[in-house]
Design a protein. Structure first.
Length: 105
């Protein structure tokens, strides 16, 4: 089984191969980062539409969630962020927080 880090790298490579990204060893520039964030937002909106259409249990919702994760992995790789490490650290941080992080919801 691949690690999260390996999957993130594969997604980034796939984006290069499909022409969505230029091969570079440099960090993604600000414009590209904003475009990637906008595309993540678009995928979130598409997931919301699946819920609004009553399709939360269908394959569409699963694919929209997968798109959110894959686009996030692409952005992380483009910014040279170790997303696997960030996820693990953040999960540990969240375990130490108050219930609902002290908020109502």
């Amino acid at each position: 089984m691949k690690t999260i880090k390996e999957v993130a790298r594969q997604q980034y490579e796939d984006m290069i191969e499909s022409g969505f990204r230029k091969r570079t060893h440099e960090r993604m520039d600000d414009k590209s980062s904003v475009v990637c964030l906008a595309l993540i937002h678009t995928e979130v909106s598409e997931a919301v539409e699946e819920i609004r259409s009553g399709k939360i249990e269908g394959p569409g919702m699963a694919f929209e969630l997968a798109d959110i994760v894959l686009r996030t992995f692409d952005l992380a790789e483009g910014l040279n962020i170790d997303i696997e490490e960030a996820i693990l650290v953040k999960m540990e941080m969240n375990r130490g927080r108050k219930r609902k992080h002290g908020k109502l919801f």
